[in-house]
Design a protein around this ligand. Sequence first.
Ligand SMILES: [Zn+2]
Length: 257
Amino acid sequence: MAVRESYKTTGFVLRTLSYGESDLIVTFYSHDFGKLKGIAKGAKRSKKRFANVFEPFSLTNIIFTRKSRDMLAFIESCDIIDHYHAIRQDMEKTLIASYFIDLTDHFSPEGKKNEKVFQLLRDFLLMLGKEKASDATVRFFEMRLLKLTGFEPALEHCIVCKTPVTNGNSYYFHAGEGGIKCSACAQPQRYEQPISAGTVRTLLLGKDMDIEKIKLIALTDSLAAESRSILIGFIAHVLGREVKSLKVMEQVRKLCT
Ligand SMILES: [Zn+2]
């Protein structure tokens, strides 16, 4: 019989699934193992053993055992490092954090370690707890996650003629080809969406800028709307589906404005 090896890591709760009467299947984004799925026996009953740790986006210390990499982990213990109280007290921030988590889940294959994705979540949740939520925060998270998971859209130059982006010129974004085309190369009547040089520059800036400076960025309404439409369309194209938490976020926003 294979012996269960014991491991220790830290991880964000991505989601939970009720299993039977008292167990939970928990999916984490962990520092050392990437996306990790495990069963927490008795989690629905034992408040003592797992004291409210399995809420989405909580950061936890996890001790688990498993027989092999492709088997469900058995969660021995799990305790809170950060519950992100400041985020949970604010509806808008909670929705954004849930979206970050959902997106990370969609873009991460199980068992593939990516410390930079873990750090991205950690940085952005920390920022979300401290600073005002903004469109820039959400778009810049999307840009960075796309980059770290190998889906970065090509925005530096036209993907056909390679001419670098220049102010004043008009561009078109092609989700299927994952990049922008200049007006000479685009066939806008086909699957291409207009994008201004300003939006292109904003998204490029957000991809790498110092996280401390993001709070200083306020997008104009038109930049915010265009960036949103381009990135959301692209993400839906890459995933082949819409992200549910994004829809929820928008519905709540509509109700609240
Ligand atoms: Zn071109």
